[in-house]
Design a protein around this ligand. Structure first.
Ligand SMILES: [Mn+2]
Length: 493
C-alpha cells in the first residue's frame, strides 16, 4: 500500500481542481472516527468456487498458479472505467474487487489457495480521505477477514504479494498473463517454448481454465437463466416503447435495455447492437446512431450480465410497424428454420462443426430458393467453396457463460473441432444479411438483415432453449410485439 504524502501537497492521482491540505485540516481528519463492520456471511455459492479450484489444482500438481483479476482502466486522467473483474479470476473466486490476485500453492496433496487483496484503508493512514482509492472516495472496502468469511478463502494483504512471488521458480509456476502488469513482471516468464507470444506453460493454464468452463454446473445454469430472464424483461421494455407509426432513435432503445441491465443485473454483457433498417446487416453495429422506420425491421442483439457476471446473449428481429412484409417474412422464416434445425440437432456427442453445417445448409437452401446461389446447394456447401457465406457471414454460435464468448482459450479440438457435452451452454444464432450495396441480390432484399439468437443448454438427450421466454416464430413475434405495446411502457422495479 502506498502511504499518501502528508505534507500539504496534493496526493498522487488528485487533480488540479482539488484543494490543498493544510496541516490543521489533516490532523483534524485523523481523529474522531468510529470503526464500522460489514454484515458479511459466507456466500451460498462458495462451494462451487472451491470445486473449480480443486479441479484446477488437480490439473497442475506440484505447481504454483497465479491468477490475477486486473486493475482498473483509466478513462482519462483520474477517472476510470467501471471495473469488471477478470473472468477466469471471478470464475475461481467469486471476488469482484480490482487488483486481487489468487495464488494456488502446492501443499503435497493439492494446493492451498490465498487471495491477495487490497484491504480496506484504515484510519491509520491518510489514504481513506486523500487517495482516489480511499474509502471516502469509493466506499467501504472489505477487511481481509470480511473477504475471507464471504468467499471461504484465506486472504492476505496485497502488499505481501511481491515477496510471495519473488521466490517462485519460473519452471514450476504458471501465470495467467495479460491481466496484471505487476504480476507479469514479478514472475519472470519461463524461457521454454512460447505460443501466441506467451510461454506455452502459461498458455496451458489459460486453456485448462477455459476447458473447465465448458461444462456449467447447476448453479451456473441458474445464473445464466437469471440473466436470460432479465434479458427477456429488457426486450419487453424495449418493445413497449417502440412506436409502430414513427421513428425513435436506436439509442433510446439501447438505453431502455441498459436500464433493465443495471437494475436487474450488473450491466449489459456486451455493447448492445441495435440495428434499425440496413444497420441490421452490420454484425457489430454498436454505434446505434440510427432511427427506426415503420415498414423496416429492427435487429437487437442484447444481453443482461447478472450480478455474478454470467451473461445472456439474445437476438430478435422485430417488424417496426407490427407486421412482417411477405418478403421480410420469407427471409425470416429461412433463418428461423435454420435455427430450429440447429437446436433440434444439438445433443451430447454431436460435433460443434456439424451443428454449424446443419444451420448453414438450411440457410444455403433458402438462398437457393431466393435464386441467389450461383451454384447448387451441395457445391456451395463444399469446404472449398462456401460461397453462401457472402450472406451468412458468421458461425452458428458460441459458448456462453461469464463471458459472452466463453471458453475462448479452449483448444480447437475441445471447441470448434470438438463435440458438445451435457452441461454446455451455447448460442444458436444463424443469420442472413443482404448488404445495401450488394449488386448480386435483388433491390428489394438489399438492407435486410435477420439474425435469431437463443441460448441453449445441452441436456442428457437434447437441448433446452433457456431463452424461450421470448417468442421466435414470425407470427408469435408479431403477437408478442402487439401485446407488449398494448401493455404500455414500464420501469424496472
Ligand atoms: Mn452471440
Amino acid at each position: 500500500m502506498t502511504e499518501e504524502p502528508t505534507d500539504g501537497k496534493p496526493a498522487d492521482g488528485t487533480e488540479s481542481h482539488d484543494p490543498d491540505f493544510p496541516p490543521a485540516f489533516l490532523s483534524f481528519m485523523r481523529e474522531g472516527w468510529r470503526d464500522s463492520t460489514l454484515p458479511v456471511g459466507p456466500r451460498p455459492e462458495v462451494p462451487n468456487y472451491a470445486k473449480r479450484r480443486a479441479a484446477l489444482s488437480a490439473a497442475f500438481p506440484g505447481e504454483t498458479l497465479v491468477i490475477p483479476t486486473g486493475a482498473q482502466k483509466v478513462r482519462a486522467n483520474d477517472t476510470e472505467y467501471r471495473f469488471r473483474p477478470g473472468s477466469d479470476f471471478a470464475y475461481l473466486t467469486g471476488d469482484h474487487d480490482p487488483d486481487s490476485v489468487l495464488v494456488l500453492r502446492p501443499n503435497g496433496s493439492g494446493h492451498d489457495a490465498t487471495l491477495y487483496m487490497r484491504a480496506r484503508s484504515s484510519r491509520q493512514t491518510d489514504e481513506f480521505f486523500r487517495s482516489r482509492n480511499g474509502e471516502l472516495w469509493v466506499g467501504r472496502r472489505h477487511t481481509l477477514a470480511e473477504k475471507s468469511t464471504e468467499l471461504g478463502l484465506p486472504t492476505a494483504d496485497l502488499t505481501e504479494l511481491e515477496a510471495a512471488l519473488a521466490g517462485l521458480a519460473p519452471a514450476r509456476t504458471r501465470v495467467l498473463r495479460g491481466f496484471d502488469a505487476g504480476v507479469d513482471t514479478a514472475v519472470r516468464p519461463y524461457d521454454g517454448a512460447r505460443e501466441e507470444g506467451q510461454p506455452a506453460r502459461d498458455r496451458e493454464l489459460a486453456i485448462t481454465i477455459a476447458e473447465l468452463k465448458l461444462v456449467k454446473d447447476e448453479w451456473e445454469i441458474g445464473q445464466l437463466q437469471e440473466a436470460i430472464d432479465a434479458t427477456v424483461r429488457g426486450f419487453e421494455d424495449v418493445a413497449r416503447v417502440l412506436p409502430a407509426d414513427r421513428g425513435v432513435s436506436e439509442r433510446l432503445l439501447e438505453g431502455i435495455f441498459a436500464l433493465r441491465a443495471r437494475h436487474d443485473g450488473n450491466d449489459v454483457g456486451y455493447g448492445s447492437i441495435v440495428g434499425a433498417g440496413e444497420h441490421a446487416t452490420i454484425l457489430h453495429w454498436v454505434h446505434n446512431r440510427g432511427v427506426t422506420r415503420p415498414g423496416e425491421l429492427l435487429l437487437m442483439d442484447m444481453g443482461v450480465e447478472g450480478r455474478n457476471l454470467y451473461t445472456a446473449d439474445v437476438t430478435r428481429v422485430l417488424p417496426v410497424n407490427g407486421r412482417f412484409t411477405a418478403l421480410q417474412r420469407q427471409v425470416y422464416d429461412i433463418v428461423y428454420a435454420s435455427q430450429q434445425a440447429g437446436i433440434d440437432f444439438i445433443k451430447p456427442g454431436v460435433s460443434f462443426k456439424d451443428v454449424h453445417l446443419t444451420c448453414m445448409r438450411v440457410l444455403a437452401e433458402g438462398l437457393a430458393d431466393l435464386g441467389l446461389l450461383p451454384v447448387s446447394v451441395d457445391e456451395a456447401m463444399d469446404e472449398k467453396s462456401t460461397v453462401y457465406r457472402r450472406w451468412t457471414l458468421h458461425g452458428f454460435g458460441h459458448m456462453l457463460g461469464i463471458d459472452v464468448h466463453d471458453c475462448s482459450n479452449a483448444r480447437k479440438e475441445a471447441y470448434r473441432e470438438g463435440t458438445l457435452g451435457e452441461g454446455y451452454v451455447l448460442t444458436v444464432e444463424p443469420g442472413l444479411y443482404f448488404q445495401p450495396e450488394d449488386e448480386l441480390v435483388p433491390e428489394e432484399l438489399r438492407g435486410i438483415g435477420i439474425r435469431i439468437e437463443d441460448d441453449v443448454l445441452v441436456t442428457t438427450d437434447g437441448a433446452v432453449n433457456l431463452s424461450a421466454g421470448l417468442p421466435r416464430r414470425a407470427d408469435e413475434v408479431e403477437t408478442w410485439l402487439s401485446e407488449q405495446r398494448a401493455a404500455g411502457p414500464r420501469l424496472p422495479g
